[in-house]
Design a protein around this ligand. Structure first.
Ligand SMILES: [Mn+2]
Length: 225
């Protein structure tokens, strides 16, 4: 199987760090659209079977319907790619959200609850969703891998190994030890904007496809497997 993994697009982010300069926020929002189109074009050209989007696709507070339509139109351009989305803490699956109300393309699956398992002939997906803006207990504690002979993939938006934000909060904290016990073949994570793909071959934050501030220098992009 071939897949692409991205996270933390944060569509329609207000880019508060750029607020002092006219138009810079608008320019960055256009760049978000461009980079997302590049990801979709890559999936199309390379016949990618799955596109994993592991949280914070958009900003619940700021997202516009026109942006959702732009995103969905691109999903419609890759009908043979299954798009697996898990909501994160910036785009939780809540009542009235676009995840709950929008008519998404047929190839899009959005995880709607804290833990969902999707079984396909050769692989099982374990998917976790934020159903509120903050969760401090990861549903992976409840996971038992049911079919160890299949390919098992976990999609989760989380803090790893006790990581905290600047206010001391951990979002869906999980430990690498616990994940290793579960023996997943690939763990598609989101939430941290800096990629760790060089440190860990299968428990991966792709990082945000674009940088959100001068504190986010370094490599940004997507994971292709
Ligand atoms: Mn997040």
């Amino acid at each position: 199987m071939k897949f692409v993994h991205i996270a933390d697009m944060h569509f329609d982010s207000p880019f508060t760090a750029l607020r002092t300069v006219d138009n810079l926020g608008d320019i960055r929002r256009l760049e978000q659209r461009k980079v997302f189109k590049k990801v979709i074009d890559f999936c199309q050209k390379n016949k990618i079977e799955y596109l994993f989007i592991t949280g914070d696709l958009y900003e619940q507070e700021y997202i516009r319907q026109s942006t959702i339509e732009y995103i969905n139109h691109l999903f419609q351009e890759i009908p043979n790619t299954k798009v697996q989305i898990i909501p994160g803490n910036h785009d939780p699956y809540i009542q009235g959200s676009y995840y709950a109300t929008f008519a998404w393309s047929d190839n899009v699956h959005i995880c709607k609850s804290e833990l969902e398992v999707i079984s396909e002939p050769e692989l099982d997906f374990y998917m976790t969703a934020f159903t509120d803006f903050y969760q401090n207990k990861s549903p992976i504690e409840r996971i038992n891998v049911q079919n160890p002979n299949k390919i098992n993939i976990l999609l989760t938006h989380c803090d790893l190994n006790g990581a905290k934000d600047e206010n001391g909060f951990s979002y869906n904290p999980i430990s690498a030890t616990k994940i290793n016990e579960l023996a997943f073949d690939y763990v598609a994570m989101g939430h941290i904007h800096k990629t760790n793909f060089k440190q860990n071959p299968k428990m991966i934050y792709p990082g945000s496809p674009i940088s959100f501030g001068f504190d986010e220098i370094g490599e940004h992009g997507m994971i292709v497997r």
